[in-house]
Design a protein around this ligand. Structure first.
Ligand code: COA
Length: 374
């Protein structure tokens, strides 16, 4: 048998893919060949989802049709809302999302159809429904009625509206749209790999996305920005940041929002979120969070040569939009569902079951002793 891969499959290329390219040395991220910086400057989340699924930018007419399909698919089945109401209020938003996405399959007219067209229809529905699901749970757990989606608002602005019941400021809506663009795909990260492993058994999109959400839930993947804001809350004041982070580094604490399996430089997504989080703080008249993060980033980079990742500044932006920290990872999923869907489509288009081997290191001739003789 071939040699054992490095722990965590580090640097192992498991498949070819045309969806996303990461250059970890140069800090470049491309979706379907388009630089993330250009997409942030010129595109929208809706267009990026189209690009990821169909492999090319849409014409105006194609985008129009695609956006309308997403808007039409936003509502949740009333029975799903009733199901959410039966969950204990302390259920975490990620548990609710995992359960809700799985349950949505029961209502989906294409649930058992694995064709590309049906999977695309399901991708539209899931991408449209996940923000409604996340926002509905936020309202329900606070004892409020869910807010119906507003068809006049784009994907990002509508989500913020459904969370609070109020229209977001243009800066908040723009920031959220950029955050959705930045999180939409990231090659073979853990959740996408989980989605592809599930899809490769020829299972369906809802199952693949449910697997992905389970993988995303872990703190080494999607949960880091929530932890970052825990650190910011502990530091409290920018003047305390330097001493706090030096002590943490001396104690060999792992600092959330830094380091990456692939990037050896700053994550190209971090600078956009830094800029937008700073602008949102300025608009709110309180820039303490980003000041703290900037000091932390300077010292971690100087001392450890470990650079900010996407999670360092996103929480600071979300907090300014009134989003509670335990909703940060579900927000990641709202965006990444576009990437997961693209990967399921690609996996199904040229499928082979993903079934690696293990190097067995256990005993090979254990003698069975009946239970009453042990
Ligand atoms: C993302 C992450 C899991 C990648 O980990 P990985 O590729 O498995 O790298 P390792 O955990 O093996 O770390 C390699 C080295 O860098 C150090 N390191 C990596 N990230 C670090 C961090 N955030 N803080 C402090 N040290 C870190 C490790 O201690 C290790 O040092 P060592 O070789 O002296 O022991 C890791 O960087 C991390 O835990 N970051 C914090 C969580 C986070 O922000 N996650 C979001 C990712 S987008």
């Amino acid at each position: 048998m071939s040699t054992v891969a490095k722990a965590g499959l580090e640097d192992v290329v498991v498949s070819s893919s045309e969806i996303c390219f990461i250059d970890g040395q140069q800090g470049r991220l491309l979706y379907r060949g388009f630089d993330i910086n250009d997409l942030v400057a010129h595109s929208t989340f809706e267009e990026v989802a189209y690009l990821l699924w169909y492999g090319a930018l849409p014409t105006r007419k194609e985008l129009d049709t695609h956006v309308k399909a997403l808007i039409r698919a936003r509502k949740l089945p009333p029975r799903l809302i009733r199901l959410l109401r039966t969950l204990p209020p302390k259920t975490t938003p990620m548990e609710v999302l995992r359960t809700g996405v799985s349950a949505l399959s029961a209502f989906d007219p294409d649930a058992s159809d694995g064709s590309r067209d049906a999977t695309l229809r399901k991708a539209i529905r899931l991408t449209a429904q996940t923000p409604t699901l996340v926002a509905a749970w936020e309202r329900i757990r606070r004892g409020k009625a869910p807010v119906a989606p507003n068809p006049r608002l784009n994907h990002a602005a509508n989500f913020l509206y459904m969370m609070s019941g109020k229209r977001a400021t243009p800066l908040a809506a723009k920031t959220f749209d950029v955050a959705l663009i930045l999180h939409a795909d990231h090659e073979f990260n853990a959740s996408t790999f989980a989605a592809r492993v599930t899809a490769a058994t020829l299972s369906d999109l809802h199952s693949a996305v449910t697997s992905a959400i389970g993988a995303l839930k872990g703190p080494l993947h999607g949960g880091a920005n929530e932890q970052v804001m825990g650190m910011v809350a502990e530091i409290k004041e920018p003047t305390r940041a330097e001493a706090w982070i030096r002590k943490a580094l001396a104690e060999k604490v792992r600092i959330n929002g830094f380091g990456h399996r692939v990037y050896r430089v700053e994550d190209p997504r971090a600078k956009h979120l830094r800029r937008l989080a700073t602008e949102l703080g300025q608009q709110a008249g309180d820039t303490r969070n980003t000041e703290i993060l900037n000091t932390v980033a300077r010292i971690v980079t100087e001392e450890k040569r470990i650079y900010p990742n996407v999670d360092l500044y996103s929480g600071a932006a979300y907090v300014n939009m009134g989003i509670p920290p335990d909703q940060f990872t579900p927000i990641f999923a709202i965006s990444r569902v576009a990437g997961w869907s693209a990967h399921v489509l690609e996996q199904h288009a040229n499928n082979r079951l993903i079934r690696p081997r293990a190097e067995y290191t256990g005993p090979t001739s254990a003698t069975y002793v009946p239970i009453d003789q042990r």
